[in-house]
Design a protein around this ligand. Structure first.
Ligand code: PEP
Ligand code: MN
Length: 339
């Protein structure tokens, strides 16, 4: 539930509310607003009701949050969309944030060539997996620590912040030392121990929707990260499993406006893993921009035919500048400028 404080509530009165909630072992979070502060209280609703918070000094009213996700709910941020910087660019309601790069870091030459091309074309961040979550344990699992070194080098060369995946708590320190944004892959969306660690690291987190997860489950997964005090969470729609098998996954574009209505967190789209094929990436990206996404994460390579992972869905670097122009035009139609 949400405890709305009066406009003239004192610091001591706010702290007293937080303390009363925490004293019974429940979780409290202070949410400063433009004019008033609210205190969100989580946990056993019956116990919360017994606390008599509405009678405390400085409390205006107590409002239940009627959704299973709490911290990710837009109610908690006074319905203001969140925005924050990644590197020098901002992700939020006024911009369109483009993350581009290879599926997997394969060599310094491959990664730096792609990084330079996407930087030149206007990408805001570089993507690339050093540790890869592969469906088969016999498939290439990524270069690991060597891949992270290559990403650090690519950032040094291009200035682009690095988005890379954390597949296990075991690699948390290594990945945190290089990443500017920690990616949690679709397969790990409900790996709660991993989400908690990603929250504790404190870097922005790109949380991908699970292959068969509902949007409520996605927002509850985001709550795990937010609960650690990490507010910089980016949600990503990347296609879900449906009866349709023509494409790799079914891109759920309706997820974007639904999420916008229910959470303050930024929402981006991954057209590459949804489509599984290059020729669909441009139309799906245009649609993502038009439907109000805050950005896109897209796979790009100089020689996709040689890629060790997901080659058929990578855009060619030579086509990328035109791609960025086209999606920027769609983003502009909904009032966004390229980040
Ligand atoms: C990726 O972005 O590299 C990836 C593996 O995507 P997903 O987790 O969405 O399958
Ligand atoms: Mn991939």
């Amino acid at each position: 539930m949400m405890v709305a404080m009066t406009a003239d509530a004192t610091r001591e009165q706010i702290q007293a509310v937080v303390a009363r909630i925490e004293n019974v072992g429940l979780h409290a979070k202070e949410i400063p607003g433009e004019f008033t502060t609210a205190v969100a209280a989580f946990g056993d609703a019956a116990l919360l009701r017994e606390l008599g918070l509405e009678g405390m000094m400085g409390v205006e009213r107590v409002v239940p949050i009627g959704v299973p996700y709490k911290l990710a709910s837009s109610q908690l941020n006074h319905y203001h969309p969140t925005s924050f910087s990644v590197g020098e660019r901002v992700i939020g309601p006024d911009t369109f944030f483009v993350i581009a790069g290879p599926c997997t870091v394969e060599s310094p030459e491959q990664t730096i060539e792609i990084a330079e091309a996407v930087a030149q074309a206007g990408a805001a961040a570089l993507r690339g997996g050093a540790y890869k979550p592969r469906t088969s344990p016999f498939a290439f699992q990524g270069l690991g620590a060597e891949g992270l070194d290559i990403l650090a080098l690519a950032r040094e060369r291009t200035g682009l912040p690095v988005v890379t995946e954390l597949v296990s708590v075991r690699y948390a320190e290594q990945v945190a030392a290089v990443a500017d944004v920690i990616q949690i892959g679709a397969r790990n969306m409900q790996n709660y121990a991993l989400l908690q660690v990603a929250g504790e690291i404190g870097l922005p987190v790109l949380l991908k929707r699970g292959l068969s997860s509902t949007l409520e489950e996605l927002l509850m997964a985001a709550d795990y990260i937010l609960k650690e005090g990490n507010e910089r969470v980016i949600l990503c729609e990347r296609g879900i499993r449906t009866f349709e098998t023509a494409m790799r996954f079914t891109l759920d574009l309706g997820a974007v406006p639904w999420l916008k209505a229910h959470t303050h967190l930024p929402v981006i789209v991954d057209p590459s893993h949804a489509a599984g094929r290059r020729d669909l990436v441009m139309p799906l990206s245009r649609a993502a921009a038009a439907v109000g996404a805050d950005g896109i994460i897209v796979e790009v390579a100089s020689s996709p035919e040689e890629a060790l992972c997901d080659g058929p869905q990578h855009l060619h670097t030579i086509d990328f500048p035109e791609y960025v122009q086209a999606i920027s035009a769609h983003a502009a139609l909904v009032g966004r400028a390229l980040a």
